[in-house]
Design a protein around this ligand. Structure first.
Ligand SMILES: NC(=O)C1=CN([C@@H]2O[C@H](COP(=O)(O)OP(=O)(O)OC[C@H]3O[C@@H](n4cnc5c(N)ncnc54)[C@H](OP(=O)(O)O)[C@@H]3O)[C@@H](O)[C@H]2O)[C@@H](O)CC1
Ligand SMILES: [K+]
Length: 504
């Protein structure tokens, strides 16, 4: 699913109005109807609604929703926060359409604001995608007042004060919504760490924007949806054998960190790999052979950390390096000589990334099409600090372009950066996955998928989606707090099945 900028959203709106054709006020009615339907499904008429409306079309939506709920017997009140200056045409028309029975208050100062009962739902229709500068004066005061409400706050389209596709300056007033009901496409701000929490739980409500426009519009930002993933995952042929599904080599583990490489190995096998070899320091031999009997084990010359790679790498279809690796000087030198050889596709994680960050020569020699899986701190070590989330996306883009590689930047909405300047944001996963070892599991999954012949982009897309989906299934069974990394490969089969089931 494409993620549009504020300007593209306006263009989609205009295109739909001209080509469907539909009048602007009727399109607003359709959008407002979707919001009203969502609210009616969730709340009974006993719940009072307080609508706060700004001067533009977001305020127009707010009044239209208030009217629709009123007609269905809900107790609604409307508070207009605007100066009477730049009202949009559809705002004015919806103001005229408000039934007399709905109380309307003009808010000029904070003394006009109501005491909102705890059980009431506040609907935020102050500003939407037309926000052009940070909120100040009475608007900022109203937002701060509404943010003190202990009950539920629902934002229409986007929390007021939040910029759709640009950094929202710190310390400015932004609604902290419990729910955001956004039109047609999620907004980029919802997917980024600093701004995402303002939106709360967001839902995309389709409002019938013109499919032709949506098909043609070009955007670097996309959402990884179930539909996209269904087309990536290939069924396993009946006449296949273990050679069909690739032979991968995982390298990592060090004294005290054998668990990391063990979990990667389990995950690789659960991700459909044909054959797995794991290389560990000598101290890990018994651990690996016992914990993962399905894997073959090579031992390093060194007892406690990696100091060399196997000479012949030609039999492997993918090489995953990093889980539990440590940052010994021997390991760095081994990677330097490795990068001078002809290599199978690479997945780099954890300390492999830290070694890469500390060694410019290594970065320069990084083989094309490698997949890197940093969390934000590891990413910062590779690229230098980002001033905000949008700057981080720029750094991601330039790093991927410069090194011709794919970077999976881990987070609540993990973002895949590509050398073609496209970004894919993941939609699966949950806070239960913020626990040690989940990254090692991802590395195992990616290594297995790449070895099975998926392209680098397909590997990233399928890998992060499956990893998050396994986490979601695990959270349903185990609960978020009790979720541990090994649950992710325990439920990986269920995640595959969920995609396959939907394929039929
Ligand atoms: N796209 C779609 O598909 C559909 C969209 N719909 C709805 O339309 C919404 C977008 O509407 P919109 O463009 O009228 O923008 P909105 O945010 O309501 O207000 C803009 C006004 O506020 C003003 N203003 C801006 N910043 C300000 C500030 N800091 N402080 C004070 N004023 C400020 C600005 O004036 P100016 O920037 O010129 O000063 C302008 O007058 C969208 O979010 C959705 O809810 C649906 O109804 C139908 C389908
Ligand atoms: K809003």
């Amino acid at each position: 699913m494409k993620i549009l900028s504020a300007a593209q959203t306006r263009a989609a709106d205009a295109y739909t109005i001209a080509q469907e054709p539909i009048s602007s006020i009727d399109l607003m009615e359709r959008a407002s109807g979707a919001v009203a339907d969502w609210l009616k499904q969730k709340y009974s008429p006993e719940v009072p609604f307080y609508f706060f409306c700004g001067p533009g079309n977001n305020g127009g939506d707010g009044m239209a929703v208030a009217r629709l709920l009123h007609h269905d017997g809900y107790d609604v009140q409307v508070f207009l926060v605007e100066t009477g200056q730049n009202q949009s045409a559809d705002f004015s028309q919806n103001l005229e359409r408000l039934p007399q029975a709905i109380p309307v208050t003009n808010v000029q100062t904070t003394s006009d604001l109501p005491a909102v009962p705890l059980k009431a739902v506040i609907v935020d229709g102050l500003f939407g995608t037309g926000l052009s500068r940070p909120l100040e004066g009475i608007y900022a005061e109203v937002v701060e007042y509404l943010n003190q409400h202990q009950g539920t706050v629902v934002s229409i389209d986007i929390p007021s004060g939040l910029f759709t596709d640009a950094p929202t300056p710190a310390q400015t007033a932004v609604i902290k919504a419990d729910y955001t009901l956004t039109f047609e496409q999620p907004k980029l701000a919802f997917l980024l760490p600093a701004s995402g929490s303002y939106a709360g739980e967001w839902h995309v409500l389709p409002i019938g924007l013109h499919p032709e426009f949506l098909a043609q519009v070009e955007t670097p930002h996309q959402l990884l949806t179930h539909g996209l993933i269904e087309n990536v995952l290939r069924p396993r042929s009946r006449f296949s054998h273990k050679g069909t599904f690739g032979h991968a080599l995982l390298v990592g583990g060090s004294y005290g960190k054998m668990g990391a490489i063990t979990m990667s190995a389990h995950a690789a096998l659960r991700a459909g790999l044909g054959l797995l070899t794991v290389q560990v320091p000598t101290t890990g031999y018994t651990i690996l052979q016992t914990a993962v009997p399905e894997a073959m084990v090579l031992t390093d010359a060194h007892e406690q950390h990696l100091s060399q790679f196997p000479e012949d790498l030609s039999k492997y279809q993918c090489l995953g390096i990093g889980p539990g690796l440590g940052q010994a000087e021997d390991s760095r030198l081994a990677m330097e000589s490795l990068f001078r050889q002809k290599l199978p596709p690479l997945i780099l994680d954890a300390d492999a990334l830290n070694l890469l960050a500390s060694d410019r020569l290594l970065r320069q020699n990084l083989p094309a099409n490698s997949i890197l899986t940093p969390h934000p701190k590891e990413f910062e070590r590779l690229t230098g600090p980002a001033t905000d989330d949008f700057h981080r996306l720029q750094l991601l883009q330039s790093f991927c372009a410069e090194h011709d590689c794919y970077v999976i930047l881990k987070g609540a909405h993990t973002c895949i950066g590509t050398p073609t300047e496209e970004f894919f944001f993941n939609t699966t996963g949950n806070p239960g996955m913020a626990t040690g070892g989940t990254g090692d599991v991802l590395t195992g999954i990616l290594t297995a998928l790449r070895a099975q012949g998926y392209s680098p982009l397909e590997t990233c897309q399928l890998g992060v989606y499956l990893h998050g989906l396994a986490g979601d299934i695990a959270a349903e069974v185990e609960g978020e707090a009790s979720l541990i990394a090994s649950d992710l490969y325990k439920y990986l089969g269920a995640a595959f099945r969920k995609i396959h089931l939907n394929q039929k």
